[in-house]
Design a protein around this ligand. Structure first.
Ligand SMILES: [Zn+2]
Length: 158
């Protein structure tokens, strides 16, 4: 297997709202496997389908011993909050501190096209939220605060 090409900002596909899948079939399982292979090849811990040019609501994540493959993921519930530095395979050389809920309950379709619900925290919860953002066309740079944007503008002006 060869890794897929990672789409980089400002590629327009990264800004699309991805389409839900009806069922997880052989086709989607192949995409999940190619995404996981690509993610690991580039030393990532999560990947969303639009990052490899596929505008479908599919994500993968692998944190410590837990690997997940989810279609149509939806966050049902959240609690707490954490600020963690995030990077992204589609946004090179950029790390941004982002505040997000610490604990999430997510629902989606697994590899067998069965509805599953998962309550998780820590890094896995963080990665899942980051990948769901991708499905909605959202990137880490969108979280950059106004002050930071303002100061980079000012720096440019000087
Ligand atoms: Zn990303």
């Amino acid at each position: 297997m060869a890794p897929l090409e990672i789409k980089k900002h400002p590629d327009k596909i990264l800004r699309k709202n991805c389409e839900p899948v009806k069922n997880v079939t052989k086709k989607e399982r192949e995409i999940f496997n190619e995404m996981l292979f690509t993610m690991r090849h580039f030393c990532g811990i999560g990947l969303a389908a639009p990052q490899v040019g596929i505008s479908k609501r599919l994500i993968v994540a692998s944190v410590e011993d837990v690997t997940i493959k989810l279609a149509n993921p939806e966050i049902l519930d959240t609690s707490g909050s954490d600020t963690i530095s995030e990077g992204c395979l589609s946004v090179v050389n950029t790390v941004i501190d982002i505040k997000r809920p610490a604990v999430i309950t997510v629902r989606g379709l697994n590899e067998e096209s069965k509805i599953i619900e998962l309550k998780t925290n820590g890094l896995l919860a963080r990665v899942i939220q980051h990948e769901i953002d991708h499905l909605n066309g959202r990137l880490i740079i969108d979280y950059m605060g106004l002050i930071k944007r303002l100061s980079s503008t000012l720096k440019g002006a000087m």
